[in-house]
Design a protein around this ligand. Structure first.
Ligand code: AHR
Length: 531
């Protein structure tokens, strides 16, 4: 029988109460060695990208409330959400989907809002799409939060011409009719597009295409979706637009093989600058696990499932290495995160779920995996930003709450554009029944200013973990930072109790030239270690 959250909490309280403090204190510390005098690859800030699809209340209600709303907004975009997202420095926002992207016709979302067509969001609950949030509103939104564009074009049900005209509309200057049209709609300067997604899941909702069919389409969309922005010209230009091809569905290697083989054999006329991977943390579809009422079994299963991300990156990375040993094409994990059963009172197809400390652990473990594979994984987009799946933010009319996953994003800010520092550890083991995994995870980085940071994750929901950190080439003077934990792994932040899972300040001890800290059970710690 599945244990409820309550029985799990009761069992957990009993086990903690029975564990003698002396026994915990006697546990020999796990050892972490940070090669602080060495440098690994750069961790691209784009691994902290977000995904905002026209799905449920992800855009409408969550981001867009309209100019006449009583909810405070700037040009229709809610101010509380903008302020929260600015604080986590979102590097890019993937939009408009998802499955929605392959049925999106961009002309529906420009011009006088009163004249925009009303369509049906057939992928997601059949909701009415009034196209109030279109291209101009999207760019206004990312501008307000200080982010960059990741636009997914419609390869599934659109044409090369439609995609090419959209990219021209966004990027051409006003010598071009497309640019004049944009200017007439209120924006004279061309926008920059950092990433252009060429389709979405064309092995599934994007048209159920064979990999070979997709590759043929990819070549033509890649060729003709030209970016005209003068600031983005030239292949060596760091600002040049990066075209992201659809890649693998989780462990299916067919798209990886076909796209990378085609890329290796490409001629001068087309190219890609990224291959996408989609993988959700879900036990099986349709997602049935509850996002808040769960026990230790479901906790352990979800964590075990999320750690598969490491294997997927290595498996697809090995295929990419065969065609691209210089790692020119990054792997962009542009849909990842937990996927649970919908909340009981939420509409079908809106993918609304709660977000608990368990999700925070999932986020931290994935960031650590991405960081360790920084040489190949140079982008990722959590699904999704507001009100959908593993969201940063939940809203209900004028109320907003920041989730535990939001707090992890904030704690990991020093990882943005940092440099990986080689680290080894003796991780111990967390076991539940047949499930086992390393109890401790640790990743060290030097941030953009050269400061040394260490992320430590203790996944065991019952046992604290004393850790001793040795640093090669550095004598630590202080070690302090932030820690996220809570009374139970299913603790959440609700509208009525928004601070149940929030980071607190922590300090570690310096003992004989090493850093010593006891990590609470089920916790994520981010330490700044200074001489
Ligand atoms: O994120 C929800 C959906 O999951 C996306 O629309 C689709 O790309 C994926 O299957």
């Amino acid at each position: 029988m599945q244990r409820t959250g309550l029985t799990f909490l009761t069992a957990l309280a009993a086990s903690v109460a029975l564990l003698p403090w002396a026994a915990m204190a006697q546990q020999s510390p796990a050892s972490v060695t940070v090669q602080a005098d060495q440098r690994g690859p750069k961790i691209d800030r784009d691994i902290f990208g977000q995904f905002a699809e026209h799905l449920g209340t992800g855009i409408y209600g969550g981001v867009w409330v309209g100019k006449n709303s009583s909810i405070p907004n700037v040009r229709g975009i809610r101010t509380d959400v903008v302020e929260a997202l600015r604080a986590i420095k979102v590097p890019n926002v993937r939009w408009p989907g998802g499955c929605f992207a392959d049925e999106y016709h961009w002309r529906d979302g420009i011009g006088d809002p009163k004249k925009r067509p009303v369509t049906v969001n057939a992928n997601w609950g059949g909701s009415i799409e009034n196209n109030a949030f279109g291209t101009h509103e999207y760019f206004d939104f990312i501008d307000q939060i200080g982010s960059e564009a990741y636009v997914s074009i419609n390869l599934g049900s659109g044409t090369y011409q439609e995609a090419a005209e959209w990219v021209a509309y966004m990027t051409a200057d006003t010598r071009n009719t497309a640019g004049q049209m944009r200017a007439a709609n209120g924006r004279k300067e061309p926008w920059k597009i950092r990433y252009l997604g060429i389709g979405n899941e064309n092995w599934g909702c994007g048209g159920s295409m064979r990999a070979e069919t997709y590759v043929d389409e990819l070549k033509r969309f890649s060729r003709f979706s030209r970016n005209y922005n003068p600031a983005q010209q030239g292949t060596d230009n760091p600002q040049a637009m990066r075209r992201v091809a659809v890649g693998p569905d989780d462990k299916d290697t067919r798209y990886t093989e076909a796209v990378m083989k085609a890329w290796k054999e490409r001629d001068w006329a087309w190219n890609i600058e990224g291959l996408s991977l989609h993988s959700y943390t879900v036990i099986k579809f349709p997602a049935a696990y509850d996002s808040v009422n769960f026990g230790e079994k479901e906790y352990a299963e979800i964590l075990q499932s999320t750690l598969r991300m490491n294997d997927l990156i290595e498996m697809h990375g090995a295929i990419m290495d065969r065609y691209d040993p210089e790692k020119k094409v990054p792997l962009i994990v542009d849909e990842w995160g937990t996927w649970y059963a919908k909340l009981p009172d939420s509409p079908e197809g809106y993918l609304q779920q709660q977000n608990s400390l368990r999700d925070a652990m999932v986020a931290a473990l994935n960031f650590n995996i991405f960081a360790r594979h920084a040489d190949r994984v140079r982008g990722a987009n959590i699904a999704q930003m507001v009100n959908v799946l593993q969201a940063m933010i939940l809203t209900d009319k004028d109320r907003m709450v920041l989730t535990p996953t939001y707090h992890i994003h904030k704690m990991y800010l020093p990882f943005q554009d940092a440099t990986l520092v080689p680290t080894s550890l003796d991780a111990g083991t967390y076991r539940f029944g047949e499930i086992s995994m390393p109890q401790l995870d640790a990743v060290a980085v030097r941030d953009m200013t050269g400061k040394l940071w260490l992320s430590l994750v203790n996944v065991d929901p019952n046992r604290p973990m004393p850790v001793r950190i040795r640093l090669a080439g550095v004598t630590p003077g202080t070690a302090k930072g932030q820690q996220l934990t809570a009374g139970a792994v299913n603790a959440i932040n609700s509208f009525d109790a928004p601070d149940m899972v929030t980071p607190r300040q922590v300090s570690a001890q310096i003992e004989n030239g090493a850093v010593a800290i006891e990590l609470p059970a089920k916790s994520v710690t981010m330490l700044l270690i200074e001489p």
